[in-house]
Design a protein around this ligand. Structure first.
Ligand code: IPM
Ligand code: MG
Length: 357
């Protein structure tokens, strides 16, 4: 019997409600497939600032380092969003976790669900069948470059975008490897016509593409990519890009699926991988039992696949999610008619479906 050790970090807002459902699903899958599950909860985000004054406490970091995988909810709190002068911010916790765990790659699959296609603000014929993966560099670029700050008089602010050859090479290798197992196409998204880090990206991508002759490598400026993603999403297979561009493009890509509440993600790198929905903490819905738990449940599927190498378990979860949508057991953001279900009801239905399977 294999023991799966998971660090569970619910975070803020709807985090605890959606993670609770994802954990129920994890338990059901482990029971069904004969794995032993060990998990322990840790603090991260605004709730960690409130409790111990630090958005990513050392204790949480140790918990993550000792685990085989981290299941993460969401972080963020309006009281910090509206205070640009706050000394500590919940987001710093997430960035520190990414940096300290060496999570240089964020993988966000964008796939449509047949029963949801009509929910997309885009035309059905454009989105139907779209299926691609965004690979976002996660520990470099403007998010981490220094210097960053303000001039003494407070009237000038600056950020620095830095990328090294090593950082660019490792993420591009990963993108090429993903493409090998898919439709063998990589789109490298940059702004090489204007910024110098992008020119280094493009140069290195051109060099590496020589090693991956079976892959069709395409280059696209980020402004054009923003347009192509909604105009012709089916043309993408693996899209790889730097940190900030990836942040923006993946929110955009989520509209293809019909709801931001559907997209899971995996952050992988040097130490323990982290699995989390791409949406935020949705504070307006916190405590109301209405948040869509599917992105987090689908993140558990990614966890089984990537962290534990258990594809069967991952597929079982995806089938259960599809079944719940086909049966109309969904939260209000994706419901068809007046009939919608609560976060816990959706989690329970999926859990029971897995137990019965
Ligand atoms: C994301 C989020 C984060 C980011 C925030 C919460 C810091 O938007 O994971 O996409 O910008 O990376
Ligand atoms: Mg984002």
């Amino acid at each position: 019997m294999k023991t799966l050790k998971i660090a569970v970090l619910p975070g803020d807002g709807i985090g605890s409600e959606i993670v609770e459902q994802a954990l129920k699903v994890t338990k059901a899958v482990c029971k069904k497939m004969g794995h032993r599950l060990e998990y322990q909860e840790g603090l991260v985000g605004a709730c960690a600032i409130d409790a111990v004054g630090n958005p990513y406490p050392q204790e949480t970091h140790e918990l993550c380092m000792q685990a085989d995988a981290v299941l993460f909810g969401a972080i963020g709190d309006p009281k910090y969003d509206n205070d640009p002068n706050a000394k500590v911010r919940p987001e710093q916790g997430l960035l520190k976790m990414r940096k300290d765990l060496g999570l240089y790659a964020n993988i966000r699959p964008v796939a449509t669900f047949p029963s949801l296609v009509h929910k997309s603000p885009l035309k059905e014929e454009i989105v139907k069948g779209a299926d691609f993966i965004c690979i976002r560099e996660l520990t470099g670029g403007l998010y981490f470059g220094r210097p960053q700050g303000r001039s003494e008089d407070g009237n000038t602010a600056y950020d620095t975008c830095v990328y090294t050859r090593e950082e660019i090479e490792r993420i591009l290798h990963l993108a090429f490897k993903f493409a090998k197992g898919r439709n063998k196409k990589v789109t490298v998204v940059d702004k090489a016509n204007v910024i110098s880090t992008s020119r280094l990206w493009r140069q290195i991508a051109q060099e590496l593409s020589q090693e991956y002759t079976d892959i069709d490598t395409e280059y696209m400026f980020v402004d054009n990519a923003a347009m192509q993603i909604i105009q012709a999403p089916k043309n993408f297979d693996v899209l790889v890009t730097e940190n900030l561009f990836g942040d923006i493009l993946t929110d955009e890509a989520s509209v293809i699926t019909g709801s931001l509440g559907m997209l899971p993600s995996a952050s992988i790198g040097v130490h323990t991988s982290v699995f989390e929905p791409i949406h935020g903490s949705y504070p307006q819905a916190a405590g109301k039992n209405i948040a869509n738990p599917l992105a987090t449940i689908l993140s558990v599927a990614l966890m089984f696949e990537y962290a534990f190498g258990m594809k069967k378990e991952a597929d079982l979860i995806r089938e259960a999610v599809t079944a719940s949508m086909e049966a109309g057991i969904v939260t209000e953001d994706i419901s068809e008619n007046d009939q919608s279900y609560s976060t816990t009801e959706v989690g329970k239905w999926i859990t029971e479906w897995i137990e019965k399977e």
